[in-house]
Every structure is written in structure tokens, then in C-alpha cells.
Design a protein around this ligand. Structure first.
Ligand code: ZN
Length: 186
């Protein structure tokens, strides 16, 4: 009986080990090369010491009743520790206040090194190509050069309007002066 049981266990083990339990590494490597587009964020802008950013949401949250933090945003979510490790080489498995102080110092140093490029640095770490931020002021400038097809520009403007952008600035190329040297029509 014991032998039958171990044989049965062995069969199960073989069945489990031949079943695919993880992604194909080659496919995964290709997928990981694809950068993401984060199309809905309320990210705050980088502010100076005395500055406050209140333009990150058209709906002011202050008058809302207090409610529980969504599960992803709760401090005990283990994803925070993983993110801290990846971004700032956090080496602890806890949130001890002294460890968190070290983390904040590491973050401050990176932010200082990167300067104005700090937001771009964060996006690069997250493998995000573009991040669309919900802002109160929805002004978009569209720049197109002489080669841009008119219908494409109209498409872009239509899509921006559909997305709720009311202020659209069209930046066009300066029409070249006829007397400018190098103008082939001369
Ligand atoms: Zn939103």
C-alpha cells in the first residue's frame, strides 16, 4: 500500500512538473521590453519647498467624508516594500520608522541628483513611456510641422476635445520669408 501511494505521489509530481506553471522566458523577455502607457493618473507635480500642488484633480477631495483607504493604497500592501527595494535599494522587510527615514533620505538623494529629470527617472524605472495626468488646467499645445497631414492634426484635435481638453493651442511653423537665402523657389 505504501508503495502504491508513493507511486501515485510520483505520478502527481510528474503531472505537476510538466504542466506550465510560469511564462515562457523568451516571450516574457519580449513582453518586458514593451513600455507601458499609464492613461489615468492623479500624479502631483514636483513642487518647491513652499509650493503646494492642488491641480491634480478636478474633484476636490477635501469636502468628502473620511473613508477607508483602498486596499492597494494601504501601507501594509507588500507591493510598497518591493517598490522601495527596486527604486531606492531598501533592504528591510519591515516599516520600522528608522528604516523609513533611511528610505526617505535615499529618495531625497536620488531626487537631488536627478533634478528636473526626477519624474522622468521614476517613469523609466517603472518602464512607463507616457503618463497622462488628470489636471484641472487642461491646456494642450499641438505642434506640427509642414509635413503633417491636415487630417491627422484634425484627428488629434478631435480626440483631445473628446477627452475634455478645452484649451488647444496649435503651434505652426513660421512661414519662411521669400527672401530667405536657401529658398529653392528663388
Ligand atoms: Zn481619476
Amino acid at each position: 500500500m505504501k508503495m502504491v501511494l508513493s507511486f501515485w505521489l510520483l505520478l502527481n509530481f510528474i503531472a505537476l512538473s510538466t504542466g506550465q506553471t510560469s511564462a515562457d522566458p523568451q516571450i516574457l523577455a519580449e513582453v518586458n521590453k514593451i513600455k507601458a502607457v499609464d492613461n489615468h493618473t492623479h500624479v502631483q507635480k514636483v513642487v518647491a519647498a513652499n509650493e503646494r500642488d492642488e491641480e491634480f484633480d478636478a474633484l476636490p477631495c477635501d469636502p468628502l467624508e473620511a473613508s477607508d483607504v483602498p486596499s492597494m493604497a494601504r501601507p501594509e500592501n507588500p507591493k510598497f516594500l518591493q517598490a522601495w527595494e527596486k527604486l531606492y535599494a531598501y533592504k528591510y522587510n519591515d516599516r520600522d520608522p528608522s528604516h523609513v527615514r533611511e528610505l526617505l533620505e535615499a529618495k531625497r538623494q536620488v531626487a537631488q541628483q536627478q533634478g528636473d529629470k526626477f519624474p522622468t527617472w521614476v517613469l523609466d524605472q517603472l518602464n512607463i513611456d507616457y503618463m497622462l495626468a488628470n489636471r484641472v488646467d487642461k491646456t494642450v499645445f499641438v505642434r506640427s510641422d509642414a509635413r503633417a497631414r491636415y487630417e491627422r492634426v484634425v484627428d488629434v484635435v478631435d480626440n483631445l476635445r473628446a477627452a475634455g481638453v478645452d484649451n488647444i493651442g496649435l503651434l505652426t511653423e513660421q512661414i519662411q520669408d521669400k527672401n530667405t537665402p536657401g529658398n529653392l523657389s528663388q
